[in-house]
Ligand binder design. Structure first.
Ligand code: NAP
Length: 382
């Protein structure tokens, strides 16, 4: 396992961190999918025995069961061997006092007396402003002072400008961002990552495999990887891409099987800062381009077409379509389109008024595109 210094902790953190959002599941007697406790505990402990010293959970993962499971996995002396992170479910807050209430409940669920890191979970700018109005800084100060948490950070899903605004608001001990070779120009972006680094704020990467999609590439991407003389797997390339940046401390993987734990432990023997050569960098760019070539609609989500007078969620529909094609995830595409139909924002509401086409800076033939996508997705979505 490779290690790097971890910001204000004064400790070294393993480059591979264990994310507990996608633990193995089994069906219970009521037919519900619940965490396979013995297997999940065995996986977490095995990873720790092999050098992982960072574990990430959150209030909501696995319908609230992830924190309970993580607490069980960390019994028998494992708690002292890791840095443990959980997150404030900010969207559930009704008043400022809820921040303390949730933290206390989470410590109880985990069965621990303190968290190494407590993150404000899944911030976008709107959520962050609400937390400012609740006095989040006073809360973090209080929780640090009374020993419930050692360090404070946030996890993030918005754009670069929002990221920088949040970074500049508080002396964070860490920031957690979605980052992988397809997302280095979206969300916080590579620029945001470097900005955090310039302020000595270590970054924890989540979704390094885009939730698993980069492990199962479409045929033409797979072929490129097989033909590359490095002999790396798709998972190798994705982790190595994230791990090359000195601003990245640890890379979370939400491992779902023991075989994935083994595979990732093997890969992280070698995931070191600066370990990709110029030729490797160029190859990752080729992989990214190969994915991007699969995009059919050149929508940049500028939202000029919104609001549509009939409520059609045009950028959302294009995003679902592009993502589904790019990652070869047809089932996900239909499932997401079903949600748009439920929200009554689907293409059937389009009356071809053309307002969107007149406003579109990319000059997309939006009306025709909406019809095509609706034809392709509706049947499986209803
Ligand atoms: N704070 C937030 O807002 C937020 C959001 C997302 C995630 N997170 C945290 O970040 C962690 C990491 O994100 P993530 O779970 O999305 O990570 P990820 O590594 O992008 O995706 C995990 C998935 O990748 C696949 N995978 C992992 N290792 C593999 C291997 N060696 N070979 C093949 N497939 C492999 C598995 O999917 P399959 O088994 O399905 O193929 C696994 O469920 C989460 O677990 C969670 O702790 C936080």
């Amino acid at each position: 396992m490779q290690y790097v210094p971890f910001g204000n902790t004064g400790k070294q953190v393993s480059r591979l961190g264990f994310g507990t959002m996608r633990l193995p599941t089994v069906e219970n007697e009521k037919g519900e999918q619940v965490i396979d406790r013995p297997e999940a505990i065995a996986m977490i402990r095995h990873a720790i025995d092999r050098g992982v010293n960072y574990v990430d959970t959150a209030y909501g993962y696995h319908q609230g069961e992830s924190e309970v499971l993580t607490g069980l996995a960390l019994k028998d002396g494992y708690r002292e061997r890791v840095m443990l992170t959980s997150k404030l479910p900010q969207w559930l807050l009704k008043e400022a006092a809820d921040m303390d209430r949730f933290l206390d409940e989470q410590l109880k669920k985990l069965g621990v007396s303190y968290l190494d890191f407590y993150l404000l979970h899944a911030l976008d700018l709107q959520a962050f402003k609400r937390l400012q109005s609740f006095g989040y800084q006073d809360f973090l100060k209080r929780a640090k002072a009374d020993g419930r948490i050692r360090f404070a950070g946030f996890s993030f899903h918005d754009d670069k400008d929002a990221f920088i605004q949040i970074i500049d608001d508080y002396p964070w001990d860490m920031a957690q961002i979605q980052f992988n070779y397809l997302d280095d120009e979206s969300q916080a972006t590579l620029e945001g990552l470097k900005y955090a680094g310039s302020k000595d704020i270590p970054v924890v990467v989540m979704e390094p495999l885009r939730g698993g999609a980069l492990a199962n590439p479409p045929a033409e991407v797979e072929k490129l990887i097989q033909e590359n003389d490095r002999g790396y797997s798709p998972v190798d390339w994705a982790f190595r891409y994230c791990g090359q940046f000195p601003e990245v401390a640890t890379i979370l993987s939400g491992m779902s099987t023991m075989a994935q734990v083994e595979d990732n432990l093997r890969i992280f023997e070698h995931v070191a800062t600066g370990s990709l050569t110029d030729k490797d960098q160029a190859f990752v760019k080729t992989l990214k381009d190969s994915y991007l070539k699969r995009l059919k609609v050149g929508c940049t989500a500028c939202n000029y077409c919104q609001p549509c007078p009939e409520g059609v969620l045009i950028p959302k529909i294009f995003e679902i379509y592009n993502e589904g094609l790019m990652l070869s995830r047809h089932e996900a595409m239909s499932r997401q389109y079903k949600q748009v139909i439920r929200a009554e924002g689907d293409a059937s509401f389009c009356v071809a008024c053309g307002q969107c086409e007149a406003l579109c800076p990319q000059q997309l033939p939006i009306i025709d595109l909406l019809q095509t996508i609706d034809r392709e997705l509706r049947q499986d979505a209803v």
